[in-house]
Ligand binder design. Structure first.
Ligand code: ZN
Length: 500
């Protein structure tokens, strides 16, 4: 057995423990009764500690050094080199964080999540505030352990966007915001009125669910290797490439939100189901970054799912299922309604244009919290003020304001930028697919999604996290993350919808 093979065998065990923890975490959000919370927190903390111990020890350190000699001189195109690099990166990251901090983080996040659920249901930030203060303290401890030069935000961001720095995100977001503001203004000032009343009537929940299953199947989500369950805040989770689960939520008056939720989570799941089988049981399984992952969900949710050809194809089936709600509505009217642009409170319900302003707001707030310019207790006020200033929205209460997202309660600081970066990448990748597949538009218009999925599989999915995000983006687009194609896409699409 080579040292690299030994390394692979050892890291497969670590992945087993991590994925067992993922099952417990999925259950916590989908099925667990409230009474299970504190014991579940202990269980997750214990598993976190075990995987940390399996990864960070002197035997592993020696193994990595020995395996390095075996892959020396090989480039990132070599699977073996990529494996060693991913393992070394994981090791470096976790070796710097003491096992005790990992356990405290895991326990604190489980409890914070429970408090967040309670605070959100009562719309009272004060219930969650002490937990968030504790979590922020732990994140700062972690940032210090990981080390940084410019900002404690950098090592936290690096956990989700490898090799990216806060100043780079700021530069991209500055250009993005400058491009978004005039589009929002043009729509607000000169845009035609669009009917949307039929989106808000009551849609039978079981029928919504049935339609989401149809959509998931159509885009190629494999139900023999996954399932859809109901949660308050949808997500996708991977136990192996043979078991990638999506979640969704169904609300009587928000049927469209479950349709796009299915396409979104389905996009994430297609990425995970598409990773090379031999990468599955190890460090190269799973997506390479939050942004690249989000580019996959946005491809299906927005570029495909919010297009006119998509609804020209699907609307007759939808109308048949909901004939009372959609009587007299045309496919084009439905398409316009699901693309309405306007100030809104909730990020996950936001349109493609203003969505990124929600993210930029969170990025600014996170950086201020982490760099010590903003106290947790002042969050609701600052949140509400920023919502007014950047989106023109008057926040009514904490539930629709600062408590809307689950992320901070789960200890995800530095995660949000990936959402907006993913939007930018989705358009960059899609343009490449269009260049490679001459009849792509016709295929999609006919409801044939296999050709796009096959392209994504071969260019993105199969690689898992073999390539760093920077390498992958370079390989596929020939460049780096760039807001210009996304802004051009918005101008064209919304010019057509709003006649501006
Ligand atoms: Zn997503």
């Amino acid at each position: 057995m080579t040292k690299l093979e030994e390394l692979k065998a050892k890291s497969a065990e670590i992945v087993d423990v991590q994925r067992a923890a993922a099952v417990l975490s999925w259950d916590q959000h989908a099925f667990m009764p409230v009474g299970g919370a504190s014991a579940r927190a202990e269980q997750l903390a214990t598993l976190g500690k075990i995987s940390h111990q399996l990864l960070v020890n002197s035997e592993m350190e020696k193994l990595l050094a020995a395996a390095k000699l075996e892959v020396e001189g090989m480039g990132p195109d070599s699977d073996d080199f990529a494996y060693w690099r991913a393992a070394q990166r994981n090791y470096d990251r976790f070796a710097k964080i003491p096992a005790d901090l990992v356990a405290r983080l895991s326990k604190a996040t489980s409890l914070a999540n429970e408090k967040w659920v309670d605070a959100r249901s009562k719309s009272d930030f004060a219930i969650f505030q002490p937990n968030l203060e504790e979590l922020l303290g732990l994140q700062l401890e972690m940032a210090k352990d990981l080390g940084y030069q410019d900002s404690p935000y950098d090592p936290l961001l690096d956990l989700y966007e490898p090799d990216m720095k806060a100043h780079q995100v700021r530069a991209i977001f500055t250009e993005l915001k400058a491009g978004l503001v005039p589009i929002v203004a043009a729509i607000a000032n000169g845009g035609r009125q669009i009917q949307k009343g039929f989106l808000m009537t009551e849609y039978e929940l079981a029928d919504q669910e049935a339609f989401t299953l149809e959509l998931l199947k159509a885009i190629g989500y494999d139900f023999r290797r996954g399932r859809q369950d109901k949660v308050p805040h949808p997500f996708t989770t991977t136990f192996s490439s043979g078991d990638v689960r999506v979640t969704n939520r169904f609300m009587l008056n928000r049927a469209a939100s479950s349709f796009f939720g299915a396409l979104h989570e389905g996009g994430h799941a297609l990425y995970e189901q598409g990773v090379r089988a031999d990468f599955d049981h190890g460090f190269l399984g799973g997506g390479t970054s939050t942004a690249v992952h989000e580019s996959q969900s946005r491809t299906w949710e927005n570029i495909v799912g919010r297009s006119l050809p998509f609804w020209t194809h699907w609307f007759p089936a939808l109308q048949k299922r909901f004939e009372n709600q959609l009587r007299g509505v045309t496919a084009e009217e439905y398409w316009k309604a699901v693309n309405i642009v306007g100030p809104s409170a909730i990020r996950v319900e936001a349109d493609e244009v203003t969505y990124n302003l929600h993210i930029i707001l969170r990025f600014e707030i996170e950086v201020d919290l982490v760099e010590g310019r903003l106290a947790v207790k002042d969050l609701p006020q600052v949140w509400n003020a920023k919502m007014k200033e950047s989106l023109g929205y008057e926040v009514k209460d904490d539930a629709e304001g600062v408590l809307q997202d689950v992320h901070w309660s789960m200890g995800y600081f530095g995660y949000f930028p990936g959402y907006a970066l993913g939007n930018l990448l989705s358009v960059q990748f899609y343009q490449r697919a269009q260049a490679d597949i001459p009849n792509l538009s016709e295929q999609l218009a006919d409801g044939h999604y296999q050709v796009l999925l096959a392209w994504l599989r071969s260019n993105i999915h199969q690689h898992g996290s073999k390539y760093t995000p920077t390498e992958l983006v370079q390989r596929v687009t020939g460049g780096e993350i760039d807001p210009k194609p996304f802004l051009a896409y918005l101008k064209e699409k919304y010019g057509q919808i709003y006649g501006i």
